[in-house]
Design a protein around this ligand. Structure first.
Ligand SMILES: CC(C)(COP(=O)(O)OP(=O)(O)OC[C@H]1O[C@@H](n2cnc3c(N)ncnc32)[C@H](O)[C@@H]1OP(=O)(O)O)[C@@H](O)C(=O)NCCC(=O)NCCS
Length: 158
């Protein structure tokens, strides 16, 4: 990582506002990709509460990247177990956002590696992520980290 003063760590209660703000930026960026990603009016105010709930949830995890300028990235993940599935537990990385000035210096990679280590330590054999087809940066990022196609989610406007 180019930023020697920064590190990925587990989020704590005082990080909730910063993570909520980054999450809101993530949602705003996705709303530009399609209306399916837009939040209903006022829902952005609920994001900090959702972060706080994850901090209390043993099957969820939240990490932040803290550099000299404070928190500049976050990642969330959740353990799930598909009923009847032979593979047992798996982990989904549910959100990942690095603030624009901190991008392309390995922060996203460091956050995901932290999530992969958590998944592996917890016994998961596989980690999934959903990435919008139109998110070219996200597509390039996940593929650079070794993620590949599994399911195509198709939709049709009604
Ligand atoms: C996707 C995102 C998290 C990447 O974070 P980052 O800290 O910039 O990524 P890294 O510096 O760790 O990049 C790791 C590798 O991913 C690839 N990559 C990252 N950004 C890329 C881009 N814009 N174009 C092409 N490849 C890219 C590169 O291979 C990169 O390695 P390199 O810099 O040595 O070439 C960040 O761009 C972001 O927050 N985007 C908006 C939110 C988003 O799309 N989140 C993902 C939702 S699924």
């Amino acid at each position: 990582v180019n930023d020697p003063a920064g590190a990925a760590r587990c989020a704590r209660w005082p990080d909730v506002p910063a993570v909520g703000a980054l999450w809101q930026k993530l949602v705003e960026a996705h709303a530009e990709l399609g209306s399916a990603f837009a939040l209903r009016p006022g829902a952005d105010a609920e994001l900090p509460r959702l972060v706080a709930e994850m901090l209390d949830d043993p099957d969820a995890a939240v990490w932040v990247w803290e550099g000299p300028a404070g928190v500049s990235g976050f990642c969330t993940a959740r353990r799930t177990r598909a009923p009847g599935s032979a593979e047992g537990q798996r982990v989904e990385i549910t959100e990942l956002m690095v603030s624009p000035p901190a991008r392309r210096s390995g922060v996203g990679r460091a956050l995901v590696e932290t999530a992969l280590a958590w998944a592996s330590t917890g016994g998961a054999r596989r980690v999934e992520v959903r990435v919008a087809a139109g998110n070219s940066t996200g597509q390039a990022f996940w593929r650079a980290l070794g993620f590949g196609d599994l399911v195509d989610v198709l939709d049709r406007r009604l």
